[in-house]
Design a protein around this ligand. Sequence first.
Ligand SMILES: [Zn+2]
Length: 328
Amino acid sequence: MATMENRTAQVVLTITTEAAVRAGKIRSGSIPVDLTEEYLAGLTPEQREVVAGMAHTAVFGAVEPTLDELTRLVNTQLAEKAEKRQKAEEEAAEWRRQAARVIAERRITEDGKVDWPRRPDGWYASDELIAAMRAEDPAVAELEMEAEAVAEAVQREKRKSQEEEAAQAAAARYREACEALVRQIGTQDQVERMEAGMLPNSERLDLVYSHIFRAFAGKERYRRLTAEDACHDDDCDDPTDVEVEAGDCSAATAAQWQEIKEFRSLLSEQETRDGADVDLRWHEVECWRCRGKSRRWSLRVTIYWHGKAMTREYAATPGNLADAEWGD
Ligand SMILES: [Zn+2]
């Protein structure tokens, strides 16, 4: 009775009569082949792994019971495995190509939805297919994200160019309106200089603004607060270190309310219909060093002229309100 430890490792090769005869051999059946340490030492780790897998199964396809034949069978198995792996890789690559094509051809509709292309062959045309592709190959999700980014960039560019065109058209309309106004109310000298492209921009704007705000001609303009306006202490070490802030008022004194009403009454009906308005604003300058501060109020008149909001600020009666009632 043989004991386990005395046995030599074997691989049983199964030789069919058919295969043996075809190869010109006569031995057939399941024949064990003794492995040797020299043989195993000559194998690569991959080859040894295959031999190990053969220990418990009959190995079909052999034509003679030799170690050389075993090597041939091992290499055949390895070649089949490599072929399978390559095929799988090619299939994955094909998935990616198809996914890339589908993704490249889909469109983002105006409401931001994905519009997959409809194909006559119906092969790829749906979210489901992309979902399947995504499950099959994680690289699809990346391609999809890339395609989405490209589509979004295209949309963004489109929107931007539309906005730019609209802005350019509006700017052109405004420029033309300014020129027409200079011809209408400017002196002959100013018109001549404009035609020659020599009219200073400040002079042109003075004409335009004084025309638009002609109803407010008698009103005192608002003077900006400067560092000197902050009520500095005598020993303030830097009277230029100030912060100036401004905002819309959320409350008005009775006197300021009268002023707002009077200013609004100076706007024409058309201007009011176009959105013109008068806002009460607060302004404050404060010194960072001595904390001296000063406040002023203004009436900001906004008139829309050829699509452009034109504003001018006028002096308002000082307020006498608690800080909390200023608004921002
Ligand atoms: Zn100061």
